[in-house]
Ligand binder design. Structure first.
Ligand SMILES: *Cc1c(COP(=O)(O)O)cnc(C)c1O
Length: 461
C-alpha cells in the first residue's frame, strides 16, 4: 500500500513513512493510492468480531505488510486495554436514539481511539527503525490531553503541548498538567489559542530547526487518525444490522476539523453500507454552508458551548475535495489557490449534487444544543456532552440515525449545569484530577522563547 499527496507533490511512500510524515512535504494531505474494498462476505464475517479483532481486519490492508500481523495485533490490543468499557466503543440507547459512545478511553473523548494507537505505533517504529521523535502541538482542549496520554512514558519520544494559559477548561488543563512523566512538557502560553497555533506553525516552517530536532505532529492531518476512526463505523454497522449487507446505517457526526466524518465517508467508499452521513456543526457552520450552496468560504470564529468544534477552516476538508474532484491533484491545487486568494472556493453545480449525495448537514445554535441536552435528560436520564447534543439535534428529523457521542459530559460540566441544573458524575478517567500535583512551564507568546525552551529541555532530556 502506497500513500500519495492530495496535491500530487510527494513521491509514493509506505505506511510507516506516511505516519511519520504527518502532513505531506508538499503541504498536501496523504491518502492511500487505492482504497481497499470490502465484500459482502467480509462484512458478514466481520460483523460479530470484538472491536480489537475488527480493527486488525480493517487496518491490515492499509499497513500493506510493513508490520507483521502478530505485532499489529499486539499493538491494537495494547492500545485499547486502557479503555474502561469491554466493547471499547459501545452503542447505547437513550430517549429513542442510539449513541455510539466513543469516550471510554483514558481522556474521555473520541480522540483516544486514534491517539492511543498512534502513540504505540510511533514507539514500535522508532524502536524498530531507530530515531527519535519530538512531538509539538497546540491545543484548545481535547487533542492535547489525548496526545499526551498516547505517548507518556515512551522512550525515544518527547511531547511539547502548548495551551493558552487560563483559557482551557480546568478539567482539560489538569488532564494535561497532572501527567508527570519526564517526556511530557506542558507549556502554558501567555496568549490565545491562535497564538499557540501560530507559534507551532512558525517552528514547523523552519525546516532546519524541524529536522535538527526531529519535530513531528499529531493533529488530525495524520493518516492514522482517520484510519483508526473508520473502525467504529464498521463496528456500529455490524452490531446494528447483524451483518446483513442489504441494510444500511446512518450516522450524525459532530464536526470541527472534518476528521471524524471523513472517516465515515472513507468507510462508505470502502464498501460499508452507510446511508446518510450528517455533518453536525455548531454556529461555526462553514461545512454546513458548503453542503447548502457549494461555496466553502471562511468566516469569523465564534465561541460556543461545543468548543472542540469552534473551527472555521477544517484541515481534513482537503481529503474530501480530492475525492470529489476525481482524485486529480491539479484540480485540488486550483481550488486551494482560489481559497488562498479570495477566502473562498466554489464547486461546480454538477459536483454539488455529489456533495449532497455524500452528506447531509445542519448547524445547531447554543440554545438548541442546551434544549437537546435538556430534552434527552428529561426523557431518559442520559446526559449528553454539548458536542454530542449538536449531533442529536442535527439529526432530529431522522431518529434512526446513530449519533456519535464524542466526549463524556463530565468534561463539559459548565454546559451540562446550564442545561440540566446539575453536573455529570466524572468517569474514572476524570476523578481526583483536581487534587493531583501538576507540572507546567509558562512562556511568553514568542517563537524565540519557544525555540530556546525546546532546545534547553531536549539538552537535558
Ligand atoms: C475534536 C472533537 C470534535 C470534532 O472532531 P473533528 O474530527 O475535528 O471533526 C467533536 N467533539 C469533540 C468532543 C472533540 O474533541
Amino acid at each position: 500500500m502506497h500513500y500519495i499527496s492530495t496535491r500530487g507533490g510527494v513521491a509514493p511512500v509506505g505506511f510507516a513513512d506516511a505516519l511519520m510524515m504527518g502532513l505531506g512535504t508538499d503541504g498536501g494531505l496523504l491518502v492511500p493510492a487505492q482504497l481497499p474494498q470490502v465484500s459482502a462476505d467480509m462484512l458478514r464475517d466481520w460483523s460479530q468480531l470484538p472491536f480489537q479483532a475488527l480493527a486488525l481486519e480493517v487496518m491490515t490492508p492499509f499497513v500493506g505488510g510493513e508490520i507483521p500481523r502478530e505485532d499489529l495485533a499486539r499493538l491494537v490490543n495494547q492500545s485499547y486495554a486502557g479503555f474502561s468499557h469491554p466493547e471499547v466503543t459501545p452503542l447505547r440507547e437513550a430517549g429513542g436514539r442510539t449513541y455510539l459512545e466513543l469516550f471510554h478511553g483514558p481522556t474521555a473523548a473520541f480522540k483516544d481511539v486514534a491517539l492511543q494507537l498512534l502513540g504505540n505505533l510511533f514507539e514500535y517504529l522508532l524502536e524498530r527503525d531507530g530515531g527519535r521523535l519530538n512531538i509539538l502541538g497546540a491545543t484548545s482542549g481535547d487533542t492535547g490531553s489525548a496526545a499526551i496520554s498516547g505517548v507518556r512514558g515512551k522512550p525515544r519520544i518527547n511531547i511539547f503541548i502548548l495551551h493558552p494559559k487560563g483559557r482551557v477548561s480546568p478539567v482539560q488543563e489538569r488532564q494535561m498538567t497532572t501527567v508527570l512523566d519526564a517526556n511530557v512538557h506542558n507549556i502554558a502560553v501567555h496568549g490565545t489559542f491562535d497564538d499557540c497555533q501560530h507559534l507551532v506553525k512558525t517552528l514547523f516552517q523552519d525546516l532546519e530547526f524541524k529536522a535538527q530536532h526531529c519535530l513531528g505532529a499529531v493533529n488530525s492531518i495524520n493518516w492514522l487518525r482517520i484510519l483508526a476512526q473508520t473502525v467504529y463505523y464498521f463496528y456500529a454497522w455490524g452490531r446494528i444490522t447483524g451483518g446483513d449487507p442489504a441494510r444500511g446505517v446512518s450516522f450524525a457526526v459532530p464536526t470541527g476539523n472534518f476528521g471524524d466524518v471523513f472517516a465515515g465517508y472513507l468507510a462508505r467508499r470502502m464498501g460499508l453500507p452507510v446511508d446518510r452521513l450528517v455533518i453536525a456543526t455548531n454556529r461555526n457552520d462553514i461545512l454546513t454552508r458548503f453542503v447548502a450552496d457549494g461555496v466553502y468560504a471562511k468566516g469569523e470564529v465564534f465561541h460556543t458551548l461545543s468548543p472542540a468544534m469552534d473551527i472555521q477552516v477544517a484541515s481534513n476538508f482537503e481529503r474530501y475535495l480530492y475525492y470529489l474532484l476525481d482524485q486529480d491533484p491539479a484540480a485540488v491545487r486550483a481550488k486551494l489557490a482560489d481559497l488562498e486568494q479570495t477566502g473562498a472556493l466554489t464547486v461546480e453545480p454538477e459536483r454539488l449534487g455529489q456533495v449532497r449525495a455524500d452528506f447531509a448537514a445542519a448547524a445547531v445554535s447554543d440554545a438548541d444544543t442546551l434544549a437537546q441536552m435538556r430534552e434527552t435528560f428529561d426523557a431518559s436520564g442520559y446526559i449528553l456532552c454539548p458536542h454530542t447534543a449538536v449531533g442529536a439535534a442535527a439529526s432530529r428529523d431522522a431518529p434512526d440515525t446513530v449519533v456519535l457521542a464524542t466526549a463524556h459530559p463530565a468534561k463539559f460540566n459548565e454546559a451540562v449545569r446550564e442545561a440540566i441544573g446539575r453536573e455529570a458524575p466524572p468517569p474514572p478517567a476524570l476523578s481526583g484530577l483536581m487534587d493531583k500535583p501538576v507540572r507546567c512551564d509558562e512562556l511568553e507568546a514568542s517563537d524565540v522563547a519557544l525555540r530556546e525552551h525546546i532546545e534547553a529541555t531536549l539538552a537535558t532530556a
